[in-house]
Design a protein around this ligand. Structure first.
Ligand code: TMP
Length: 207
């Protein structure tokens, strides 16, 4: 049993998860709610090292299954070291990506078997599920122009647009499968408008 609420932000690269998570954290802190902002991969020291490996553009030989195991290893450490203790303390945990990224990227994008990934996710999390998933939905064209606009792409960002189309479909399929858990928000709108939609979609969860 946990006391705090667990909210996950998901979306393809460039969808604005990090910005929206920060805005939500500020809004909750104004209500004097204790908040932990964290992310996958890289929410712990071990995870930071795994993240470097996962996103390194020179690591071309990582197989799809190895990639899935490395994300799962990051997640296992993260759930035990950070997420569960915070939820037990009663903090609201805001997490930039979780198990749904594995289903969308390694499942939709890489084509790995969904049953295998669901099992892997379950082993990594011990069955922990969030109270809500905010899916920031963005077109692939906009995602690519946002990501490539400011810097050199990492190993995942350097994938082709077909890959991101499959990832996006992977997300939308999950949203259709779990309509009560997923809050789908149009991420192409201006930042403040997206923030307002996030607040509205979480009214019941955070009441
Ligand atoms: P970020 O850019 O949101 O920090 O995420 C890093 C990259 O890792 C992003 O391209 C998505 C990818 N990713 C997966 O492929 N599977 C996963 O399970 C997670 C958590 C992230």
């Amino acid at each position: 049993m946990t006391a705090g609420k667990f909210i996950v932000f998901e979306g393809i690269d460039g969808s604005g998860k990090t910005t929206q998570m920060k805005l939500l954290a500020q809004a909750l802190e104004k209500r004097a709610m204790p908040v932990l902002c964290t992310r996958e991969p890289g929410g712990t020291d071990i995870g930071t090292r795994l993240r470097e490996l996962l996103l390194d553009p020179t690591c071309r030989d990582i197989t799809h299954r190895t990639e899935a195991f490395l994300y799962a290893a990051d997640r296992a450490q993260h759930v035990t070291e950070k997420i569960m203790p915070a939820l037990r303390r009663g903090d609201t945990v805001l997490c930039d990506r979780f198990i749904y990224s594995t289903l969308a990227y390694q499942g939709g994008g890489r084509g790995l078997d969904r049953e295998f990934l669901a099992r892997l996710n379950d082993l990594a999390t011990g069955g922990l599920e969030p109270d809500a998933v905010i899916l920031l939905d963005l077109s692939v064209e906009e995602s690519i122009s946002r990501v490539l606009g400011d810097r050199f792409p990492d190993r995942l960002e350097a994938e082709k647009s077909d890959f991101f189309g499959q990832v996006r479909r992977g997300y939308l399929e999950q949203a259709a499968q779990w309509p009560r858990l997923f809050k789908v928000i149009q991420a192409g709108a201006v930042v403040e408008e997206v923030h307002r939609s996030v607040l509205v979609s979480l009214q019941q969860v955070l009441a």
